[in-house]
Design a protein around this ligand. Structure first.
Ligand SMILES: Nc1ncnc2c1ncn2[C@@H]1O[C@H](COP(=O)(O)OP(=O)(O)OP(=O)(O)O)[C@@H](O)[C@H]1O
Length: 286
């Protein structure tokens, strides 16, 4: 099994959630946006997480930390466990063993997917799933639909504050001018940005973005790089992407997954010169 280098391993050991903060009482109660207790430390803790499917370890003792406001890129060959890792964070998949905490007190392994989303973890899937028959603005209204469903969301009067928030979010993703266009008439890239805006309606503190630039034009790719960089800071952003040029353009810290574990984690420059990473992944892509 591949291991990160010993310095990184020692560092991780030092900063393990349980060792730094002692035994804290785990929580499962979602907190309202902006009220997550990070204690000024990591926003996400994954420690020794293992997920098996019929005996096959899709995640194998995975340990990973995310800082508040950071933009983290996750790369790795097909089947490395990237999607499974996101599934664990969002509560879709439960780990066999290991720890997954959001902030200091929220035990994600014991929370429902809905509560995890409410607590401030948003996920943008690879394929855009906007509502094509509704305008960009209506899509944002629909994104706020609670258990009462989509019709309720559209019929419910929008407050001035909500309207401002939607307009500002559309502006953030560069779609304010398209607010009244049907989502189905938007370009592929615009649909992707609209979906990011829909996730932003939850005011996530951690935003998971899965292969955002697949099928985009070069201009759309550049705009997406700016968008994700702009979102970092206010949000923690975790991006899974195979396009190395794109990763190079946005990455600060890159985590390389391989066979369900962290193979390497450092700057893009260090990662792309790491012989282990070149062997298992970058050989074909750089
Ligand atoms: N529900 C499942 N049942 C059985 N095996 C699964 C399941 N989900 C994932 N796997 C397996 O776990 C491994 C990790 O899959 P995962 O989708 O997490 O990898 P990935 O890094 O996201 O790959 P890709 O880059 O191709 O999207 C793969 O071998 C996959 O076939």
């Amino acid at each position: 099994m591949s291991r990160p280098d010993s310095f990184a391993a020692n560092l991780r050991e030092t900063f393990r959630r349980d060792q730094v903060f002692g035994p804290l009482r785990p929580g499962t109660r979602p907190v309202s946006p902006g009220h997550l207790d990070t204690g000024g430390k990591h926003i996400l803790y994954m420690e020794d997480v293992t997920v098996s499917f019929d005996g096959f370890k899709a995640l194998n003792d995975l340990t990973l930390y995310i800082e508040p406001g950071e933009l983290r890129c996750i790369i790795g060959p097909n089947g490395a466990g990237k999607s499974t890792m996101m599934d664990v964070i969002t509560g879709k998949t439960r780990p066999d063993t290991g720890v997954c905490y959001f902030g200091q007190t929220l035990d994600l392994t014991a929370m429902s997917e809905t509560d995890i989303a409410t607590a401030g973890i948003g996920r943008k899937f690879q394929k855009p799933t906007v509502f094509p028959e509704h305008t960009a603005l209506e899509n944002l209204e629909l994104a706020t639909a609670g258990p009462k469903g989509t019709w309720h969301a559209l019929l419910k009067p929008v407050t001035g504050e909500q309207r401002d928030w939607m307009a500002s979010t559309l502006d953030t993703v560069g779609l304010l001018g398209e607010r009244d266009r049907l989502a189905g008439a938007l370009s592929h890239g615009q649909k992707q940005w609209l979906e990011i805006a829909m996730v932003l309606m939850q005011k996530p503190e951690l935003l998971l973005v899965d292969e955002p630039i697949a099928g985009m034009t070069r201009q759309e790719v550049e705009r997406t790089a700016e968008l994700l960089q702009g979102l970092a800071g206010e949000h923690s952003v975790m991006v899974v992407e195979h396009d190395m040029e794109f990763i190079r353009s946005i990455a600060n810290t890159v985590t390389v997954l391989h066979q369900g574990s962290v193979l390497a984690e450092s700057s893009m420059q260090q990662v792309q010169n790491d012989p282990r990473v070149i062997e298992v992944y970058l050989g074909e892509s750089v």
